[in-house]
Design a protein around this ligand. Structure first.
Ligand SMILES: Cc1cc2nc3c(=O)[nH]c(=O)nc-3n(C[C@H](O)[C@H](O)[C@H](O)COP(=O)(O)O)c2cc1C
Length: 334
């Protein structure tokens, strides 16, 4: 459904939750929004071509009004399709658009987009210009520090300069190169070493550009220390697997006076959303597969998670029973 919302991005986002396929859907984003009122949230990557040619646009684009500020991430290499997708995103009520130049999957690389595009800065510049062409949203880019043999600092530096000239307003740099031949996406998130030093040098060379660091961040203190150097931090896997670890974002990153939330409080705040989802014929597991990650690090956590998993997979978890299980957590002080 289209949204009525004015663009809420006026200032810089110090922290964001990374786009992750099969993870950062609208249900997970609602959980993160309950955790932080301020962090920028991203959609999963949407391939521009798939969006343009489907008659189920809402399946790709729908989000909940509470999710703002939210950035939609597009993948593709065809300026004409990207131009159209950008107009659609603005119409739908997104706050900004991010262009994916970091995905190393073979399917994406064979379509000549994602990380493979780092080899073609001219094409990336055309794509950025097309995204901006008929759209007033900020356009940002997420990329790697290099790809295969194209991994010199000179090339990286010239890449960001070219893309900035084309109109990109923020650079989110995954501090690893991508190796397209021989490593799968998971290996491409672990095997190439993290080189924060290279991204730092990029910021030093381009002090006026907004440069955000991504890769391997696992707690708020680490993020705060990176924020002394970079304009923003982006967190992926750690936020997905351990969302509760991030429950002090608003307090520690944005200085808001907020008490720390327990898992049970966050879960209870999601109940109206869960109820509404079931009322609209949504499946329990679609929400529960994400929310079980809130419950960890205490003796009965695994038992609790298994109970939710088993019941929700069988579609036997109504909201009253979920509340009962959450109150059990509350009684154990979690
Ligand atoms: C399951 C999964 C799916 C991902 N999907 C995307 C995606 O759609 N778009 C994107 O730009 N990056 C994607 N990434 C990469 C993350 O956005 C991020 O750059 C990477 O995980 C490094 O950050 P982290 O160490 O904080 O997880 C994905 C990562 C994971 C684990």
């Amino acid at each position: 459904m289209k949204q009525n919302h004015t663009n809420s991005i006026g200032n810089l986002h110090k922290i964001s939750i990374a786009p992750m396929m099969d993870c950062t859907d609208k249900h997970f984003r609602m959980i993160m929004r309950k955790i932080s009122s301020k962090a920028l949230l991203y959609t999963e990557m949407i391939v521009a071509k798939s969006l343009i040619y489907t008659d189920k646009k809402e399946k790709f684009l729908d989000f909940n009004n509470e999710e703002h500020p939210i950035s939609v991430q597009f993948g593709g290499d065809d300026p004409t399709l990207l131009r159209e997708a950008a107009m659609m995103a603005e119409d739908w009520g997104y706050d900004e658009i991010n262009f994916n130049v970091g995905c190393p999957s073979s399917k994406v690389s064979s379509g000549n987009f994602g990380a493979a595009l780092m080899n073609n800065p001219i094409r990336v510049a055309r794509c950025i210009e097309a995204l901006k062409d008929n759209c007033n949203l900020p356009i940002t880019i997420k990329h790697r520090i290099g790809v295969d043999q194209n991994d010199s600092f000179v090339n990286l530096d010239s890449f960001v300069k070219d893309i900035s000239n084309a109109g990109a307003q923020r650079f989110i740099v995954h501090a690893r190169k991508a190796i397209l031949k021989g490593l799968n996406p998971k290996q491409n998130r672990t095997i190439p070493p993290l080189r924060y030093d290279i991204v730092e040098q990029l910021k030093v060379n381009n002090p006026k550009l907004l440069i955000e660091i991504n890769g391997g961040l696992s707690n708020i203190d680490e993020c705060k220390s990176h924020l002394k150097v970079f304009d923003g931090v982006m967190v992926g896997r750690s936020a997905y697997k351990h969302p509760l670890k991030w429950s002090d974002i608003d307090k520690k990153i944005y200085g808001l006076k907020k008490p720390s939330k327990k898992a049970s409080e966050i879960l209870l705040s999601l109940i109206p959303y869960y109820e509404n989802h079931l009322n609209k014929d949504g499946k329990s597991w679609e929400v529960c597969k994400h929310l079980i990650n809130l419950v960890e690090n205490f003796p009965k956590a695994k038992i609790w998670r298994n109970k939710i998993t088993n019941l929700s997979i069988k579609e036997n978890l109504d909201s009253d029973y979920l509340v009962k299980l959450i109150l059990e957590l509350q009684s154990m002080q979690y």
